[in-house]
Write a protein that binds this ligand. Structure first.
Ligand code: DGY
Length: 324
């Protein structure tokens, strides 16, 4: 930026107060106090004066949108670790830097993975609804019997930052950790977990399967009918990554047949409005609205991390979390 000028940052959603205060101190932010969700046309129009965009995963930067952004826009500093909402190849072609916010949301997201695992295994959603609807009439040894996870096998797809924290938390339940990852981890981060070189091998030993890999062309529909057949009967499926890794029709069929005893899902294909309608009908699913990183500490940290990336970029340095 020319000396004395501050970069204009288009901020697409309402961010935590402390993050917006820092934005106002150091930049010329275009804020969104009403937290309106911008459609692509609006996003492009609002980018007119921007040097940078600070979006969430709720805004989609397709090749078309990126192609139509003003040349002045030089960086998309995401407020998210996932960046499947940005066509990074198109950004590279246009010379736009893209960053994300890894690390800072691993603890919060792993907490939600544990909540989903327990909620699914112990039928929390069903039980909660019974109590609220005054349908809880009796206690009996056969009432609301679920799956115990203690001592079972916890299978992780994607042993990155979040997957590793989730594995650590699952060890607290004396679970045996297994994982699939593109490459085997070093002994220290592996921490005694068993590496499987294929997803299918991992599935065979996953009493609880927890999906943590990013949504890419390779992982789209990864948990499909053929793969589900490899799971132990009565397995539990947990997803805190992205909905695209699950073939919904296949998972729903398995939840109906009992092949999969229960699922805990925080992310969905078509979220928020167009999730597969049958999920809403099933008792054996524990559903949350994409709140893996939704804690005050984490949302502040995500904002600060996005700002650190902007600061580095406008100081002429390599942003720490550059993904394109
Ligand atoms: C992330 O950071 O990717 C979360 O899913 C929220 O966008």
């Amino acid at each position: 930026m020319p000396a004395g000028e501050r970069a204009v940052v288009l901020v697409t959603r309402k961010l935590p107060d402390a993050v917006e205060a820092r934005l106002e101190r150091d930049y010329e932010p275009i804020l969104n106090p009403s937290d309106k969700l911008y459609a692509s046309e609006e996003l492009i129009a609002l980018s007119g004066k921007a040097d940078a965009i600070l979006p969430c995963h709720t805004e989609h930067f397709s090749a078309d949108v990126i192609g139509r952004l003003p040349d002045k826009v030089k960086i998309i500093a995401n407020f998210s670790v996932g960046y499947d909402h940005v066509d990074v190849a198109a950004a590279k072609v246009k010379g736009i830097t893209v960053t994300n916010t890894p690390d800072v949301l691993s603890d919060a997201t792993a907490e939600i993975a544990m909540l989903l695992m327990l909620g699914a295994a112990r039928r929390a959603s069903e039980g909660e609804r019974l109590v609220r609807a005054q349908q809880w009439k009796d206690w009996s040894p056969a009432f609301m019997v679920g799956t115990q996870v203690t001592g079972k096998r916890f299978g992780v797809i994607g042993m990155g930052r979040v997957g590793r924290v989730a594995a650590k938390r699952a060890r607290g339940f004396d679970m045996e950790i297994h994982y699939f990852n593109r490459s085997r981890l070093d002994p220290e981060p592996e921490a005694g977990a068993t590496f499987h070189s294929t997803v299918d091998d991992l599935l065979k030993v996953s009493d609880v399967l927890s999906i943590h890999c990013p949504a890419t062309l390779e992982t789209k529909g990864l948990l499909n009918e053929q793969r589900i057949a490899n799971l132990p009967d009565g397995a539990i499926v947990v997803n805190t990554g992205r909905g695209g890794t699950i073939d919904d029709a296949a998972l729903i069929a398995a939840l109906k047949s009992g092949k999969v005893a229960a699922a805990g899902l925080d992310v969905f294909n078509g979220e928020p409005l167009d999730i597969h309608p049958e999920y809403r009908e099933l008792d054996n699913v524990f559903l949350l609205p994409h709140i893996g990183s939704a804690t005050k500490e984490t949302r502040d940290a995500m904002g600060f991390r996005a700002l650190d990336n902007l600061d580095a970029f406008f100081a002429g340095n390599e942003p720490r979390d550059r993904v394109a």
